[in-house]
Design a binder for this molecule. Structure first.
Ligand code: RIB
Ligand code: CA
Length: 317
């Protein structure tokens, strides 16, 4: 029995999502994971765009038959929220986009996730949500028995020691659908969270982008250009020396957990207050004595992360 993780990415591409998806295809080519499918959700841009972008990114990776399933087109309760100011109107900056060859699967993402986990063995599927958690929350709410098959939910979202990037209190994915985030955290599934607290320590510096630009293939320079166009928002907003590489942190943590560090604690998401909607309350010092429900990641070996990203992109066309 292979000990490779069996990975499904739930995503709202999104330029950093593109990096995460390309990295996952590269990791599969390196024989390090079984990359099973992509499910898409509305987030950075509307669902139609996130879904077409996911298919285009699979074409870029040379995976023109990869299974892509479209999911929720809006949050559970909140009005739709998008981030074209960061990711551009298409969601992939000013990248030249083609009509995707990779087909869209006819089944909705949520029944696909339910059917897949119900057929899977115990603790056998790693879910990697890197957008709003609407699809994952619907899967867990409609079919709580699927928790049995979840090895880990390794997600990008939230913030606590770092200020939010949508409001002073909240990060985009959790602000977009706070109710979904709270459902996932209360589900009993094993959850590992890559918040802004750690992604802001994985910044896209010029030397790291040059390493991508120098790759003798199409995807290295393409990804460097994608990340360069998306990073200026965070540089201006946070005064970082480069844009944070948010979503690939989740994929990398699922595959190389030794590159990351954090603590197990109780995490809850604000769903009532207009002032702090989507904020994470992280009981880092276990003041409440509540049983931890998540691993909260705060540290990363950023050099090794970018080395693994470059090695995974290098194996692509
Ligand atoms: O806050 C960063 C997150 O929001 C990333 O997943 C980015 O792609 C956006 O979805
Ligand atoms: Ca995302």
């Amino acid at each position: 029995m292979s000990d490779k993780i069996r990975l499904i990415i739930d995503t709202d591409p999104g330029q950093d999502d593109a990096a995460a998806i390309l990295m996952a295809h590269g990791l599969a080519k390196r024989g390090l994971i079984d990359f099973l499918a992509i499910t898409t959700v509305a987030g950075n841009v509307p669902l139609a765009r996130t879904t077409e972008n996911a298919r285009i990114i699979c074409d870029w990776a040379g995976e023109t038959g990869f299974p892509v399933y479209a999911g929720a087109d809006k949050p559970l309760l909140r009005p739709p929220l998008t981030a074209e100011a960061v990711h551009g109107q298409t969601g992939l900056g000013d990248a030249v986009l083609h009509a995707p060859v990779c087909p869209l699967q006819p089944q909705h993402a949520v029944p696909f996730l339910i059917d897949t986990l119900r057929r899977a063995g115990d603790n056998s599927i790693t879910l990697c949500p890197i957008g709003p958690l609407t699809n994952i929350a619907q899967m867990l709410a409609l079919a709580p028995d699927t928790v049995r098959a979840v090895k880990n939910i390794v997600l990008m979202g939230g913030s606590y020691f770092e200020a939010g990037n949508m409001t002073p209190a909240a990060e985009f994915n959790f602000y977009c659908d706070p109710h979904a985030a709270q459902i996932v955290l209360q589900s009993g599934a094993p959850v590992t969270i890559l918040p802004l607290d750690v992604t802001h320590k994985a910044v896209i510096t010029t030397p790291r982008m040059d390493a991508l630009r120098r790759l003798p293939n199409a995807n290295g320079p393409r990804l460097a250009a994608l990340l360069q166009s998306y990073e200026r928002y965070d540089i201006q907003k946070f005064g970082l020396e480069g844009g944070p590489l948010h979503d690939p942190c989740a994929v990398a943590c699922a595959v190389f957990p030794e590159l990351f560090n954090g603590g197990h604690c109780r995490v809850d998401v604000e769903t009532q207050s207009n002032l702090t909607l989507g904020a994470c309350v992280v009981d880092w010092r276990n003041i409440t004595g509540q049983t931890p429900n998540a691993r909260w990641i705060t540290k990363v070996d950023a050099d090794r992360l970018f080395e693994e990203l470059a090695e995974s992109i290098a194996i692509l066309p």
